[in-house]
Design a protein around this ligand. Structure first.
Ligand code: ZN
Length: 234
């Protein structure tokens, strides 16, 4: 039974019996895992706040052959999510982050880019980044890393490269774009400011508010919701 250690983000926990907890966590080196933390439900336990959802903790665990669940030996809190959870709206946003990571990540697959994205988004939220913008930034990046975000900068019919300012349309099904020169009779228009917002998100780290116009952020968030649903249904 080899002992592993990895920086991790806690996703969810469930009670197990009287005293134990099952913990779903996203480890930097081993990807998403689930493990049993013995005694974690007792009033005084050795895990403290290190297994709270969204906590950044260094987890030591044993992996057993042919078992789905690892055994969590110890957990040291590196960064507490407490500040995030002091504000209702930020807490809801953090909860959604966890939900998406849990939904999009396969188990046992390290995804360093996603790990960094979660950490950066949590920090931005703590530092007062506008919530809707942070959520939008996270969704676009997560969908893109999962290979679900459509390429808005190449026409899917004629392969022409599109600049941020060019007119384009979302093809039926909203999975690809069409340029104004191709047949777009059944396609849907997409706001220029939404394309510019996506362009900004793809090119810049998450700080400030990206100059995101409210309307563009709202509109892009609705599109993200559509792609997230579509992904879950396939
Ligand atoms: Zn075209």
């Amino acid at each position: 039974m080899p002992l592993h250690q990895s920086d991790s983000i806690i996703l969810k926990t469930y009670p197990l019996g009287e005293a134990d907890r099952i913990v779903a966590f996203f480890s930097r080196d081993h990807g998403k895992l689930r493990g049993v933390a013995n005694g974690a439900r007792k009033m005084t336990n050795r895990f403290g706040a290190s297994l709270e959802p969204m906590a950044h903790s260094r987890i030591q665990f044993f992996e057993k052959e042919n078992r789905d669940l690892v055994r969590i030996q110890s957990a040291d809190l590196l960064d507490s999510p407490m500040k995030l959870f002091q504000d209702y709206d930020r807490a809801v946003c953090a909860g959604r982050l966890i939900e998406l990571v849990d939904r999009f990540l396969p188990e046992h697959e390290p995804q360093d880019a996603v790990f960094r994205l979660v950490r950066v988004t949590a920090r931005a939220l703590e530092q007062g980044c506008p919530i809707e913008f942070a959520a939008c930034y996270f969704e676009v990046s997560m969908l893109r890393l999962a290979g679900v975000f459509p390429d808005l900068f190449v026409c899917s019919a004629c392969a022409k490269r599109l600049e941020a300012g060019d007119e384009r349309f979302l093809a039926p099904g909203l999975q690809a774009v069409l340029c104004s020169g191709c047949d777009h009779r059944n396609a849907t228009g997409i706001l220029g400011e939404v394309v510019e917002l996506v362009w900004w998100i793809l090119k810049n780290p998450l700080d400030g508010d990206g100059g995101g116009v409210d309307r563009a952020v709202r509109n892009l968030h609705e599109l993200n919701e559509y792609w997230i649903r579509h992904y879950s249904e396939r």
